[in-house]
Design a protein around this ligand. Structure first.
Ligand code: FES
Length: 247
């Protein structure tokens, strides 16, 4: 097993940008004489950094080079990567590969300028052409409850994407949009208590659930969404004092 390049992008909700990142990783691998290359997302996307690190470590990869694939680079992103990797190392049970972080893309200004100049010389598509139909109507849903799943960096890194997929699957399976009070779900950016990730909130009560896994989410659905009662042993009440996750 050899060193692996890990392209770390910000987010991708749809299938197409995920496929684009896969293709980009393949192209990078080709240029590096077949070195392994893959990708992960820091927010709103799967696999998260943690999921990919676990997969690569499990495959026995000895060294991982993380390449931030972000333009422009957010000033706090390198520190976030370092914290996410340290957190992952603390919780990972098996052997841990050497993990390095490459320079940010904007530090290679000349090479980037070459690429952008090449793209700019292409005639592109005339956006003055109107799409075939522009929808102008939407239904207003009657649902009373709304479940927010945080997809900020720390929550995504704590597998909130899988949690989101589980919630959507259960929402369809149990027809949660239409039964009981009805519910809608949506992804959000940071909800605040990042160190207690992954975080889920249920409104209109504003109940905050932290350290949520699929089993906890199942209880939130059956007891809170369907039963109408917040789950006392899973919720974290508002507090001025900092609290840690109950394990
Ligand atoms: S990233 Fe989820 S609470 Fe901050």
């Amino acid at each position: 097993m050899q060193k692996t390049i890990l392209l770390l992008a910000k987010s991708a909700i749809a299938a197409r940008p995920r496929a684009e990142m896969e293709a980009l990783a393949e192209a990078v691998a080709k240029r590096l004489d077949g070195t392994n290359a893959t990708h992960a997302f820091s927010e709103q996307g799967s696999p998260s950094l943690r999921e990919r690190l676990t997969e690569l470590a499990g495959a026995g990869v000895p060294e991982i080079s993380i390449v931030p694939a972000m333009l422009p680079m957010e000033p706090g992103f390198p520190a976030w990567i370092a914290r996410a990797v340290h957190r992952w190392k603390t919780h990972h049970a098996g052997p841990v590969p050497v993990i390095r972080v490459a320079h940010a893309p904007l530090e290679a200004t000349e090479e980037l300028a070459d690429i952008l100049a090449r793209l700019a010389s292409d005639p592109g598509r005339d956006i003055a052409e109107k799409p075939a139909a522009i929808p102008d109507r939407s239904a207003i849903a009657t649902q009373k409850r709304r479940v927010l799943v945080c997809m900020g960096g720390p929550c995504n890194d704590a597998a909130s994407s899988s949690l989101w997929q589980h919630l959507r699957a259960e929402q369809d399976r149990l027809k949660l949009r239409d039964i009981g009070d009805g519910m809608m779900s949506c992804k959000t950016s940071c909800l605040g208590p990042c160190n207690l990730a992954p975080v889920v909130q249920v409104w209109p009560e504003g109940t905050t659930y932290c350290g949520v896994n699929e089993a906890a989410l199942d209880r939130i659905i059956s007891e809170h969404i369907l039963g109408g009662e917040p789950v006392a042993d899973l919720l974290y009440p508002p507090s001025q004092k900092k609290v840690a996750l109950r394990r």
